[in-house]
Ligand binder design. Structure first.
Ligand code: GDP
Length: 372
């Protein structure tokens, strides 16, 4: 999941760190002339036979050997200290340097489905955080990663807890079910996600009924009935071509009569008649008064999903987003951008085809998946 974006971001941060760490230190001022080394005083020994002092040649050899052995040790020490110094020495990333790096960053973000306005926001925020900041060479990479993590977590909208919303409403008003309307284009995984959601809520001890209100697409009613049977969840359906709003209405009446907590309404998602589709969904929304309108989009289609989310939002006003097929998305840019563009949170990621493959969205987990 999101492998490409992760690899690119991490290696981008590494590159800046490597470039800056290799920068040479400004030449140090030449040290004051070293004191002239003291001459070695020649050791003398007393020759008893001759009754006079003479140079002690053996001792002199020993001293010379000693000096020769000590020198490399001193040089080694100096090498170690200069290496250490280069690690703890400080550098700054200038505006000009940042601009050249930011071109690469923008490119890698766009290539991985990040929307342009989000890429620009990330770069502007990062510029604020790192240009001119004095950093230890050894901390550059971590500082950039931490800054990126903070920026991305700020860009992602904090999801709300859907279970808490449902229990809040049904505790306050037990005779009315909580109604969730699912909208999105055909093929994005809407039907599967409704089944996953029913399973998720069932595990939280919340009962559900599904309204098969996509009365346009031939297989959708059958598909939902199969999911309903597999999960032990009732599915309210009319015949094909029936009024979708009335299916939703009947499902709500069924829930009230049978004390069911949540009504999950499927809707049509034909793309070629977008205007009629929006009218149809607006009508369902008017009749059924959903407590929550969720947009279902694919993580893998990037900017297409973002455009779809914007269209549904401007037409019926969505409250949250579920991005499907995140498990097969190596880019991750749609997940990063769709919330920022629509100002609506991602609530779940679809992470596979099984019922349990619905992961509550967590900002921290998301940035972790990006290696931050
Ligand atoms: P709908 O037309 O929007 O209702 O889409 P469907 O629910 O029929 O799903 C279309 C295809 O996407 C099916 O093969 C699903 O199994 C698959 N699908 C749905 N959600 C996911 C997901 O999160 N991950 C993967 N890998 N496949 C999914």
């Amino acid at each position: 999941m999101f492998k490409f974006l992760k690899e690119k971001i991490v290696s981008w941060a590494k590159k800046i760190s490597k470039d800056k760490s290799q920068e040479t230190e400004p030449e140090e001022k030449p040290k004051k002339k070293e004191k002239k080394k003291k001459d070695i005083s020649v050791p003398m020994k007393f020759d008893v036979a001759k009754q006079k002092y003479e140079p002690d040649l053996d001792k002199l050899k020993e001293i010379e050997q000693d000096i020769a052995e000590k020198k490399p040790e001193k040089e080694e020490k100096e090498g170690f200290f200069s290496r250490l110094k280069s690690k703890i020495s400080k550098v700054k990333i200038t505006e000009k340097e940042f601009n050249s790096y930011s071109e690469d960053l923008q490119m890698l973000l766009l290539e991985n489905n990040v929307a342009l306005e989000v890429a620009e926001k990330i770069i502007a925020a990062l510029r604020e955080m790192i240009v001119g900041k004095e950093l230890l060479k050894k901390e550059i990479e971590q500082y950039i990663r931490d800054s990126l993590r903070d920026i991305l977590e700020e860009i992602l909208i904090e999801p709300f807890d859907i279970t808490a919303k449902i229990t809040g409403k049904i505790t306050e008003n037990p005779s009315n079910p909580y109604v969730i309307l699912f909208v999105g284009i055909n093929g994005t995984g809407k039907t599967t996600t409704i089944a996953k959601m029913a399973d998720y809520l069932k595990k939280k001890n919340l009962s559900c009924v599904i309204a098969a209100a996509d009365t346009f697409r031939a297989a959708s009613i059958e598909q939902l009935k199969k999911h309903g049977e597999a999960l032990g969840i009732p599915v309210i359906a009319h015949q094909y071509g029936a009024d979708p709003a009335s299916v939703g209405f009947d499902a709500i009446s069924y829930a009230k009569k049978n004390h069911i907590n949540v009504v999950l309404i499927d809707t049509a998602g034909r793309m070629h008649t977008a205007k009629n589709l929006m009218k149809e969904i607006e009508k369902i929304s008017r009749v059924c008064h959903p407590d929550l309108k969720l947009f279902i989009g694919e993580s893998i289609t990037g900017n297409d999903s973002i455009e779809q989310a914007k269209t549904f939002d401007s037409s019926i006003g969505i409250d949250g987003i579920i991005l499907t097929k995140a498990d097969v998305d190596e880019k991750g840019g749609a997940a990063l951008s769709v919330g920022f563009v629509t100002k609506k949170p991602i609530l779940f990621l679809g992470t596979g085809q099984s019922y349990s493959a619905l992961e509550p969205f967590d900002k921290r987990k998301f940035t972790e998946k990006l290696g931050l």
